[in-house]
Design a protein around this ligand. Structure first.
Ligand code: NAD
Length: 503
């Protein structure tokens, strides 16, 4: 399959912010560059939103929530979501080329979670669920004080209010849509802040919302900025009810602390250091080869990517050899070439971070089996060689911290109990994989691993209907699924007197 032809002039063609229904320049008139990480060239410029722009956007979202029928008119919301879906589909190929250019993600990732999967269900599933969602349920009458006076009670679900949506650069449109769909379906209004590295998908989305849908002014606002701290307005403003964030655990902590004085609800989808656990009855070489593909997917820049390969000690060298062979056969380079499995990492800063972790791995005594540097054949762009570390102890930094680069570490274990102990011996608990010849055995090991999702024998749990999020320091709350709708609601319990037996 080759990449569809797209008019290069239309890429990055929208630089403006969306505030209160208008596409506008930044209040200070500033703009910042958007770089292509595969070429280091400037793709275009984007309006550089200021604190003042963010405050205007928050005020617009507040007004739209408090003074319009958006939160109560479910039919209208469904219609608007489907209008936006149609508009996204019309520009699907432009989104594809733009994502490859600004994120540096390989074309093949756009056929999956980077674009085509969210375009299939991130808005449509929540739109369909508006009718099926249990907005009100009776919990029955009760004589609470035992005085013979019965109260009929109902539990109502209502929108939270204004939601600040803060998005990282690794799967920017996917993460935006998987928040926007539930946020809007549940009747909230929002302000979206894209990551400075990947603003074009967000400004394109803003233009489509403004020009192609009936979504009322202020319901969705999109404020790009080169300054991370402009996002802090969302965690501190008393006019914002909730922050929904995906990104690093360090930033998640900062957001939670900043949100504390106003007791905002927080949904946090944070980092991971997930395991790829190969049980001793699995096809070890096949599982190790698969682990390479999983860990190098999008150059390792995914929070759910399993980057700790756990193999039985008796099969250790066999697994390392199979993983090394997998890396040797991995095509990488220009992300717009569909034959490349892997592209660059997103920025020079990110590459430095990844190379820093590789240096630490060497210093702490792990063995670099392959990779470990910058590929000589790719002098331009922020490329990192796919890297395999053996002789890794779970106590080493490269086994404990999220690297967010194409780095796989191999750790040996004796028996299932030790495998489970190592899997759980980490601050994170986001995802993981298990391979086994026996599904029941794999399921019982899965039940012992403290993590928010697990794929067994290559099973893919992902989708708009599947809750996703972390145990432990991988986050709070779930995105997608019924849990991902409920998280954007408040709960109100209402009661009124009834005679015994009447309801
Ligand atoms: P980050 O967490 O710092 O940024 C994510 C988003 O939060 C961006 O939109 C950013 O502008 C915004 N932000 C940053 N500081 C903020 C603040 N104080 N208040 C409000 N918003 C704020 O991620 P990054 O700097 O782009 O990447 C750093 C590391 O984070 C990566 O190396 C990787 O390990 C990790 N990361 C994880 C995920 C994930 O999905 N878990 C995604 C991206 C990055």
């Amino acid at each position: 399959m080759s990449a569809p032809a797209v008019d290069a002039a239309s890429l990055g063609s929208e630089r403006r912010l969306l505030i209160d229904g208008e596409l506008v320049e930044a209040s200070g008139g500033g703009a910042f560059d958007n770089l292509n990480p595969a070429t280091e060239e400037v793709l275009g410029v984007v309006a550089d939103g200021t604190r003042e722009d963010m405050e205007r956007a928050v005020a617009a979202a507040r007004r739209a929530f408090d003074t319009t029928s958006w939160s109560t008119d479910a039919d209208f919301r469904r219609r608007c979501l489907l209008q936006l879906q149609a508009a996204l589909e019309e520009e699907q190929e432009l989104f594809r080329s733009e994502l490859v250019a600004e994120v540096g993600c390989p074309m093949l990732t756009t056929w999956g979670p980077q674009l085509d999967i969210p375009l299939k269900d991130a808005l449509t599933w929540p739109a369909e669920m508006i009718d099926q969602f249990v907005w009100r349920r009776s919990i029955g009458p009760r004589d609470a004080f035992g005085l013979g006076s019965f109260t009929e009670r109902e539990v109502w679900k209502e929108p939270v209010g204004v939601v600040g949506v803060i998005v990282p650069w690794n799967f920017p449109l996917e993460i935006t849509l998987n928040k926007l769909g539930p946020v809007l379906a549940m009747g909230n209004t929002c302000v979206v802040k894209p990551a400075p590295d990947t603003p074009f998908n967000a400004t394109r989305l803003g233009r489509l919302i403004a020009e192609r849908t009936d979504i009322p002014p202020g319901v969705v606002n999109i404020v790009a900025s080169s300054d991370h701290l402009v996002g802090e307005v969302l965690s501190t403003s008393p006019s914002v009810d909730m922050v929904a964030f995906t990104g690093s655990t360090a930033t998640g902590r900062r957001i939670m602390a900043a949100a504390a004085p106003t007791l905002k609800r927080v949904f946090l989808e944070l980092g991971g250091k997930s395991v790829n656990l190969v049980l001793d009855d699995a096809d070890v070489p096949a599982a190790a080869g698969g682990a390479v593909l999983a860990s190098c997917f999008h150059a390792g820049q995914g929070c759910a990517i399993p980057t700790r390969l756990l193999v039985p000690r008796s099969r250790y060298e066999e697994a390392v050899e199979a993983a090394a062979a997998g890396i040797a056969g991995l095509a990488y380079g220009d992300p717009s070439d569909p034959s490349n499995f892997m592209g660059p990492v997103v920025s020079a800063r990110q590459r430095e971070r990844v190379l820093g972790y590789i240096a630490t791995g060497r210093d702490e005594g792990a063995r670099v089996v392959c990779g470990g540097g910058v590929p000589e054949h790719l002098p331009r762009g922020y490329f990192v060689e796919p890297t395999l570390f053996a002789d890794v102890e779970n106590s080493m930094t490269i086994a404990r911290e999220e690297i967010f680069g194409p780095v796989l570490v191999v750790i040996g274990y004796e028996g299932d109990d030790e495998a489970v102990r190592i899997a759980n011996d980490n601050d994170y608990g986001l995802s993981g994989m298990i391979s086994s010849g026996d599904l029941d055995r794999a399921r019982s090991v899965a039940a012992r691993i403290r993590t928010g999702s697990l794929g067994i024998n290559g099973g893919i749990w992902y989708g708009a209907d599947a809750p996703f999020g972390g145990y432990k320091q991988s986050g709070i709350g779930r995105q997608c699924g019924i849990e991902g709708l409920e998280i954007f609601t408040e709960t109100k319990t209402v009661g009124w007197p009834v005679a015994p037996g009447e309801n």
